[in-house]
Ligand binder design. Structure first.
Ligand code: KG4
Ligand code: ZN
Length: 338
């Protein structure tokens, strides 16, 4: 049988994306970002669903055109089932259902977090996919997990955040520093000219391979408030050092349980996924950790790290091969556990 051609839609948060894959090869991956949220310092759910509604038809059209594929060549339609913002998920889910019904082709529902992980199996020139079993550190604006991946459709969460996500730890600190939203990339940029060993922050202790970021953010806030009382120009005068120290602290904190999990599960491969894997220090240190342990590290191309439909499409590819299809009664879920 020839490889399936799948169209996937991702609309779990504030990006509307559509992608077409032929087998594991990306024919198109179109993403429309929503700038409307910047002025509010975070994603406004109601505005996000309205923007998805506006974007979905042109984005799907653009993905098909770019792939040079007509609707009747498609083998299946996939969409993000959750987790995410309900109103946003509903737009992509309803659109995918209608299209699958109209074309009379299978519907496939995908877990957004599994999509982030399976992005590693998108065919890229010169890139080797991780070998099973491997550990994936998934770090995004909404989630922080260490997942033991035994097969494309067989995964087990071995560690996770008990409160905020790693991306939130970046974004909330950036908000305190008045750096705009999302602030993760700004902290990354400013950290390049700073001293990472200048300041120290709290390291909340948690069990096993879990994380807790809310205490780190609070200690960051209190420390800055105390310094600002002494000198009102403290942030402006030390901004690069603050960013570099905080970023190094978060990266240390993320890699400590991962390092323990590598020893515990004896894997030969580790993978990084989610929007925070764009962070330059995390990328470098992740690779260094793998080489210290004598194992392989995998980081997807930047466009497949942040939210995108190609990752939903590759996950759908594996489900299609196993005939794991959804029926029309499937509904989006704000929370989805695996
Ligand atoms: O996976 P993603 O695109 O969306 C979610 O599913 O959440 O992740 C977005 C998160 C945001 O918190 C953003 O600040 C963070 O990824 N991020 C970064 C960097 N680029 C994006 N954090 C730190 N350094 C970066 N370079
Ligand atoms: Zn995501």
């Amino acid at each position: 049988m020839s490889e399936p051609i799948i169209l996937a839609i991702e609309s779990s948060c504030d990006d509307t994306s559509a992608a077409v894959l032929h087998g594991k090869k990306v024919l198109s991956n179109v993403v429309a970002n929503q700038d409307v949220h910047e002025q509010y310092g975070g994603v406004v759910p109601e505005l996000a669903s309205r923007e998805h509604q506006k974007n979905i038809v042109p984005v799907v059209d653009a993905a098909l055109k770019k792939a040079n594929i007509s609707k009747n060549q498609l083998s299946a339609i996939a969409f993000t089932e959750g987790p995410g913002l309900m109103g946003s998920l509903l737009v992509g889910g309803s659109f995918a259902k209608s299209l699958s019904m109209a074309l009379g082709i299978p519907l496939i529902s995908v877990d957004h977090m599994k999509g982030h992980i399976l992005a590693h199996f998108i065919e890229e020139e010169g890139k080797q996919a991780p070998e099973f079993p491997f550990l994936c550190l998934t770090v995004s604006g909404g989630h922080t997990q260490i997942v033991l991946v035994k097969a494309p459709l067989k995964m087990q969460v071995v560690g996770q955040t008990i409160d905020d996500a790693a991306g939130e730890a970046f974004d909330k600190a950036a908000k305190i520093l008045n750096l705009g939203y999302p602030g993760g990339p700004v902290i990354d940029r400013l950290a390049k000219d700073g001293d990472p060993n200048r300041f120290e922050f709290a390291s909340p202790k948690v069990d096993g391979f879990d994380f807790s970021f809310s205490g780190i953010k609070t200690s960051f806030l209190y420390q800055l408030q105390a310094e600002m009382k002494k000198d009102e120009h403290f942030i402006a005068e030390n901004l690069n050092d603050i960013c570099a120290s905080y970023q190094q602290h978060l990266v240390n904190y993320l890699l400590t349980p991962l390092s323990k999990a590598i020893d515990e599960f004896g894997v030969g491969d580790i993978a990084l996924a989610g929007g925070v894997s764009a962070n330059s220090e995390l990328r470098q240190r992740f690779e260094k950790l793998a080489s210290q342990k004598g194992i392989r590290s995998h980081i997807p191309k930047f466009e497949f790290c942040t939210d995108n439909a190609a990752m939903i499409c590759i996950a759908a590819h594996f489900k299609f091969l196993e005939n794991e299809l959804a029926d029309l009664s499937v509904t989006p879920k704000a929370r989805l556990h695996f």
